[in-house]
Write a protein of this length. Structure first.
Length: 303
């Protein structure tokens, strides 16, 4: 079935039966994540929502078939705690949607001095997914929510944490490229286990992701008018923004397109060029070194 920029997550899942399926959705209680959780649960899936603010998540999901557990992606100890609890439950995962994120942070350092965007948007999700790999069943999918990615984008390899000059938009862009590279590498490494990875660009959506931007900045960028109304014709609702991620998580059309970067419920870029694969492999190695976790390394197990 063909979907468009105007399709919603509910449109994508119309007629899809997810009863008996389990999905883990980070950021699943706000903005795009909440729309995603509602759509998946509405199709019958049971959704686990790891949340930095569990009490807020509980209130947002009071009428949804979802369970909430505590997770702070900026804290690898918290990531380990969540995954240990989940693995201890003995349940199998069908879908992981790595949707939590931050944007346009003022210079922020977490953990051992990691730059905030790279730490939360990429490294936290890298560690989370790798630790959950033993529970991801055959046919399972990991969908990483990216953003607009330049065809010529590259990781700032000589200063990934922006220690020698910080720019919030460059840092955000690097973390979103890292999301796409991570999904591509995860797919390549996971094929032998029958698991796949995809990245998605949800498009232009006004959500709490913009909380670090001032009203004046968004007006000046031409995103909104003085009253807060969206100006760009590309802006869509959270329900429409969630369409591509639930499509990537469930569509049989993507069975042979693992690793792809998707937009408007279609493959926008396969992410299989040699330069993509080289960057993806280099990023994976760096992430494994920084987090101490690599589910696909010989003899490795989460600790």
């Amino acid at each position: 079935m063909t979907f468009t920029i105007d399709s919603s997550a509910a449109d994508v899942l119309a007629g899809v039966d997810l009863h008996g399926k389990l999905a883990v959705v980070t950021g699943g209680y706000s903005g795009l994540g909440l729309a995603t959780t509602r759509a998946l649960a509405g199709a019958g899936a049971h959704v686990v929502v790891p949340a930095r603010r569990p009490e807020v998540a509980q209130k947002a999901l009071v009428d949804v078939d979802a369970e909430v557990d505590e997770l702070d992606l900026a804290d690898l100890g918290s990531v380990a705690g969540f995954t240990d609890r989940f693995l201890g439950s003995g349940r199998s995962i069908d879908i992981v949607i790595a949707g939590a994120g931050v944007m346009a942070l003022p210079e922020t350092r977490v953990g051992p001095g990691w730059e905030g965007h790279f730490a939360v948007n990429h490294l936290g999700h890298y560690a989370l997914v790798n630790r959950l790999v033993p529970a991801i069943g055959e046919g399972g999918r990991v969908v990483v929510v990216s953003s607009g990615v330049s065809p010529t984008g590259t990781v700032q390899w000589d200063d990934v944490h922006f220690e020698h000059g910080y720019d919030k938009w460059a840092a955000y862009a690097q973390s979103k490229l890292a999301n796409a590279l991570f999904a591509a590498r995860f797919d390549l490494l996971g094929r032998a286990r029958g698991v796949h990875g995809y990245s998605v660009n949800p498009g232009y959506i006004l959500t709490p992701l913009q909380r670090h931007l001032t009203h004046e900045e968004m007006v000046g960028s031409g995103w909104i008018d003085d009253a807060g109304n969206p100006l760009l014709p590309e802006f869509r609702s959270p329900e429409q923004g969630a369409a591509t991620q639930v499509w990537a998580a469930t569509s049989p059309e993507l069975a042979d397109a693992g690793g792809s970067y998707c937009l408007h419920c279609a493959v926008a870029r396969p992410f299989d060029e040699p330069a993509d694969q080289e960057q993806a492999a280099r990023l994976w190695a760096l992430s494994a070194e920084l987090t101490g976790v690599d589910a696909f390394a010989a003899g490795d197990s989460p600790s």
